[in-house]
Design a protein around this ligand. Structure first.
Ligand code: ADP
Length: 459
C-alpha cells in the first residue's frame, strides 16, 4: 500500500477487526469462567422451583401449567416414565439428549447440561438451541415420575432493547469508519497540495498560492513553505535582474571599445582624435576592470557563510590611510577636507572595511563640485564607533535615496554618467556593514550635500 490514505484506511479497518477479536476472546473467557456456571445454576433453580411447585399442588393441571411456563420464555422438554417426550415452547434445533441422561434424571439425579457444555464451544454456546444445552430435574405428579429439561427461549429473550443496542453498535461502527475516512482525507489533502507545490518549485515555478488554512502542524508547514516560495521567487527575480544588469553593464563599455578601436584602425584620422579615442578605450577598460573586481567582491560577500577574517586594528589609522590614498584627487578637485578622528581600536575585517571607507570617500569626491568640502568624523561611543562622511555636493533626491543601496543603481544624473560609476559601491558598503553587525544611515538633500553615518560594534 503506497498512499498514506490507503494506509490510514487499512490501519483503521485492521484496528477495528483486531479490537473486535480481542473483545470476542475476552467475552468468551468470561463466559467459560463465570457466565456458564452462573447460568446453569440460575436455570437449575428455576427448574427446581417449577418441579417443587408441581409436586406441592396435587390437583395441578400439569399440561396447562407447563404451557404457561413455556409462554413466559422457556423451552420445556418433559419425559415420562414410559419415555414419552412432550415439548413445550419452540422446538430445539438439535435433539441430542442421550437415553442415559434421561434415565439418570428419571432416577432422581439432576442434569447440568448448560454448565458442562464443552469448553471449545465459543460464547455462542450460550445461545445454542440444543437439547443437551439444558438443565434437567426430576419431578413427580399424580404418582408418576417425570424428567424436566429446561432452557430459556433465546428468541423471547431478544427483546426490542437488544435490537436497539445492536443497531446502535452497528451505526457507531459505520459512522466511525466514515468519520475516519473523512478525517484521513482532510489530513492527506493538504499534504498532496504541498507535494504538488514542491514539484512546481523544483521546476522553478514560484507563482500561485497554497490554499491551506489550518492552525495545526500541517498549517505551519504550509505557511513556512509559502514563505520559502516567496523568498525563492524574490531571489529568482533578483538573480534574473542581476544577470541582465551585469550583461548590460558589460555590454556598453565593450561596444564603446569595439567602436573606438575600429575608428583607430583608420590611418586618416587626425592625431588629436586618435588620442581621444585611445583615452575612451582606456577609461572603458578601467571601468570594466573595476566592475569585475566589485562583482567578485560582492560574490565573495554573498557566498561565504562567514567571509570575515576579524582581528583588532586601529580604525583611526585605517581612515587616515584611506584619506592619504585620495589626497591627489582631493587636490586635483581643490577640495577641503576636515577630519575629526578619535583613536579607536576595533575588531573587524580590515580588508573589507577599507572598501567601505574607500567607496564613501570616493563617492563624496565624485559627487561634489570642484572646490567643495568633505568632513570625516570618527567618534568612540563605548560599545560602538560612529563614522560620518559628509559632503556639500550634489545631494540625492528622495526617490533615488530609497534605491542607492540597490545593486547597479545609479541616480540618473549627468554626473553619475560622467563618473562612470558601476552602481555597486554602496551595495558593497551596506553588505560589509551588515556582516559586521553595524548600521548605515544616509541623509541627503538635493543641491546641499549628503551625510553617510556608519555605526559599528567595537567587538
Ligand atoms: P557608483 O559607482 O555609481 O558611485 P554607488 O553604489 O557607490 O555607485 O552609488 C550609487 C548612487 O548613489 C550613485 O550613482 C550616486 O547617484 C549616488 N550617490 C552615492 N554617494 C553619493 C554622494 N556622496 N552624493 C551624491 N550622490 C551619491
Amino acid at each position: 500500500m503506497r498512499s498514506l490514505y490507503g494506509k490510514f484506511i487499512a490501519f483503521t479497518i485492521g484496528i477495528m477487526l483486531t479490537s473486535s477479536l480481542i473483545a470476542f476472546l475476552a467475552v468468551n473467557t468470561y463466559y467459560h469462567q463465570q457466565l456458564k456456571g452462573q447460568n446453569d445454576e440460575k436455570n437449575m433453580n428455576i427448574a427446581k422451583n417449577i418441579a417443587s411447585f408441581i409436586e406441592s399442588d396435587k390437583e395441578l393441571d400439569l399440561e396447562n401449567y407447563l404451557l404457561t411456563q413455556s409462554s413466559v420464555g422457556y423451552k420445556l422438554y418433559v419425559v415420562d416414565e414410559h419415555r414419552e417426550a412432550t415439548m413445550y415452547g419452540e422446538a430445539f434445533r438439535v435433539e441430542n439428549l442421550s437415553d442415559e441422561v434421561i434415565n439418570r434424571v428419571l432416577n432422581g439425579e439432576v442434569y447440568h447440561g448448560m454448565g458442562n457444555l464443552p469448553s471449545e464451544t465459543f460464547v455462542t454456546g450460550f445461545f445454542s438451541n440444543e437439547l443437551a444445552n439444558t438443565v434437567g430435574v426430576p419431578f413427580e405428579s399424580r404418582g408418576e415420575i417425570y424428567a424436566l429439561f429446561l432452557r430459556p427461549d433465546i428468541k423471547m429473550l431478544f427483546t426490542e432493547v437488544h435490537y436497539i443496542l445492536g443497531g446502535m453498535v452497528l451505526i457507531m461502527a459505520i459512522f466511525s469508519l466514515l468519520a475516519m475516512l473523512i478525517v484521513a482525507k482532510m489530513l492527506i489533502d493538504p499534504i498532496t497540495k504541498l507535494t504538488a507545490a514542491t514539484k512546481k518549485v523544483g521546476e522553478e515555478q514560484f507563482s500561485g498560492t497554497l490554499n491551506i488554512n489550518r492552525r495545526d502542524e500541517i498549517g505551519q508547514l504550509a505557511k513556512s513553505f509559502q514563505l520559502m516560495m516567496k523568498k525563492l521567487s524574490e531571489n529568482d527575480r533578483i538573480r534574473k535582474e542581476f544577470i541582465s544588469d551585469v550583461s548590460h553593464d558589460f555590454q556598453s563599455p565593450l561596444l564603446n571599445i569595439k567602436g573606438y578601436a575600429e575608428l583607430l584602425l583608420d590611418d586618416a584620422i587626425p592625431e588629436e582624435s586618435r588620442r581621444s579615442y585611445a583615452y575612451v578605450i582606456q577609461s572603458e577598460t578601467e571601468r570594466l576592470s573595476s566592475l569585475t573586481k566589485q562583482l567578485l567582491l560582492l560574490t565573495s560577500l554573498d557566498q561565504l557563510a562567514s567571509p570575515l577574517e576579524k582581528k583588532p586594528f586601529d580604525l583611526d589609522e585605517q581612515l587616515k590611510e584611506t584619506v592619504r590614498k585620495y589626497r591627489w584627487l582631493l587636490e586635483e578637485k581643490e577640495m577641503m577636507l576636515e577630519m575629526d578622528i578619535e583613536e579607536v581600536r576595533l575588531t573587524g575585517d580590515p580588508a573589507f572595511l577599507e572598501k567601505v571607507w574607500e567607496n564613501l570617500l570616493s563617492n563624496a569626491i565624485k559627487y561634489t563640485e570642484i572646490g567643495g568640502a568633505i568632513e570625516i568624523v570618527l567618534t568612540d561611543e563605548g560599545e560602538h564607533v560612529r563614522v560620518f562622511v559628509r559632503d556639500n555636493g550634489i545631494g540625492i533626491d528622495d526617490v533615488a535615496l530609497g534605491r542607492i543601496f540597490d545593486r547597479f543603481y545609479r541616480a540618473d544624473n549627468s554626473r553619475t554618467r560622467e563618473t562612470g560609476g558601476t552602481g555597486l559601491g554602496l551595495s558593497i558598503v551596506q553588505q560589509v556593514v551588515k556582516l559586521h553587525g553595524g548600521k548605515i544611515d544616509v541623509v541627503s538633500s538635493k543641491g546641499e550635500g549628503t551625510t553617510f553615518t556608519i555605526s559599528l560594534p567595537k567587538q
